[in-house]
Write a protein that binds this ligand. Structure first.
Ligand code: HEC
Length: 409
């Protein structure tokens, strides 16, 4: 149960126990739908990359562009893809759209329940931007729409120039990461960017891909030759979605790790995560086309190691006796006193004798442990991310880690 009172409690009479259940159920739905959606995306892009020209001349004449033999689940499958449409429409046709819609709807509901209802503690961080709850919520929703419009305009303007489009969408993602981290609390900023990219993906399905399928079907029903253009555009958007899957996933997961969203210049960390995700997709898409570049996973692994080294908070903070920033120690001491840490913890330097949590003189926590615990809380210890600024958390972590290790202030 969350200890920080939420706006949901105030506004709708929801208590934090109910919010926890909504969180659990919506999160399950969201993850399950997203698995189904990303699974179909991976499968169909793999299928398209692996198609071979049809073996049978009759199939070729009937409009089959490519086929693939597959073995799975105890049997053989023979899948064929038509250039535009089969000569006659089949009676049963499987569609793939509810995975996308359910993922978006459950994801948005989660944002509302967890971030908008508790905007003052989760979405707004006065040390980042001085926004009222409603300003932050409006900006958050508005940016979802802006992201889609900007992406859609880029697709229309740049037409078939895939390289220019890839670069522009990359720039759009970088700008989104930068803007979000200047507006929202660090954790919410990561989520916001994931939600913006996820909105682009779901809107691609709703506004481009599914309408393209309807054009094919309506044309066949009316007995006219379907216009292939919408189908080709649908395919292009579906490939874009494939490249967005892992950046979105990494963004959502990184939001659970203060080492990522709590870092200085967190937007750059976010960009690194997104780039790694898209790069991983590129590796697999090339591989399924028969071009395996082993340097790619090696380069990605090197980049992850470099990221881990760059983000290591212990390396950035002077160790015991290593000349800790005396000013930070002083500020941290003040935070320790005013934030109520003393009520629960023992720390000789602060004359604190609390016994609810571990004795910090004995525990001698590292900088990283203090900043993680203070940011997120654990068990009985409440999270301070909404009450203390990033700077204050860093200061109190410098203070506790140095003092408890016996450094002279
Ligand atoms: C309501 C009581 C309470 C308050 C207030 C509180 N803590 Fe804690 N703290 C705890 C408890 C309980 C734990 C153990 C959590 C666990 O591991 O389940 C803990 C764990 C920690 C740890 C990890 C220690 C270890 O060795 O695992 C650190 C560091 C810490 N707190 C620092 C702080 C600081 C700094 C503040 C003030 C900003 C603070 N705490 C405020 C109760 C509190």
């Amino acid at each position: 149960m969350s200890i920080v009172p939420t706006m949901a409690g105030g506004l709708l009479g929801l208590d934090s126990y109910l919010v926890d259940w909504l969180d659990l159920l919506l999160r399950c739905l969201h993850v399950i739908a997203a698995i189904a959606w990303i699974g179909t995306s991976f499968y169909f892009v793999l299928l398209d990359q692996s198609l071979r020209p049809p073996e049978d001349a009759e199939d070729e004449a009937a409009g089959v562009a490519g086929e693939l033999w597959e073995v799975h689940g105890g049997g053989f499958y023979h899948v064929q893809k038509y250039r535009v449409a089969p000569p006659t429409l089949p009676e049963h046709l499987a569609w793939f759209k509810w995975e996308a819609y359910t993922t978006w709807l459950s994801g948005f509901a989660l944002v509302v329940v967890l971030y908008y209802f508790s905007a003052s503690s989760k979405l707004v961080d006065p040390s980042v931007a001085n926004l009222s709850d409603w300003e932050a919520i409006t900006l958050s929703v508005g940016l979802l729409v802006v992201a889609w419009l900007a992406y859609d305009v880029l697709c229309r303007l740049l037409g078939k120039d895939e390289r220019a489009l890839a670069v522009s969408v990359g720039v759009l993602a970088v700008v989104s990461a930068f803007v979000a981290t200047q507006l929202f609390a660090p954790r919410a900023a990561f989520l916001q960017v994931g939600a913006m990219l996820g909105t682009i993906m779901a809107a691609n399905v709703l506004f481009v891909i599914i309408p393209a399928h309807w054009e094919l079907i309506r044309a066949k029903e009316a007995g006219r030759e379907p216009n292939p253009a919408p189908g080709l555009e649908g395919k292009r958007r579906s490939v874009h979605n494939n490249y967005l899957t892992l950046p979105v996933l990494f963004t959502m997961l990184a939001g659970h790790f203060p080492l990522a969203y709590g870092a200085g210049r967190a937007w750059l960390v976010l960009v690194a995560f997104m780039a790694l995700g898209a790069f991983a997709r590129l590796f697999f898409n090339l591989r399924h086309r028969g071009r395996t570049h082993w340097w790619m996973p090696v380069a990605a692994a090197a980049a992850v190691v470099a990221l881990a080294v760059a983000l290591n908070p212990d390396a950035a903070t002077p160790g015991p006796g290593g000349g800790a920033d005396a000013a930070a120690v002083g500020r941290g001491r003040a935070v320790f006193a005013s934030a109520g840490c003393a009520g629960c913890h023992t720390l000789a330097d602060a004359s604190a004798t609390g016994a609810v949590g571990p004795n910090l003189d004995n525990a001698k926590p590292s900088f990283a442990l203090v900043s993680t615990r203070v940011t997120n809380g654990q068990g009985v210890m409440p999270p301070f991310s909404g009450r203390l600024t990033k700077q204050q958390i860093s200061d109190v972590a410098v203070y506790v880690s140095n003092i408890s290790h016996g450094a002279s202030p």
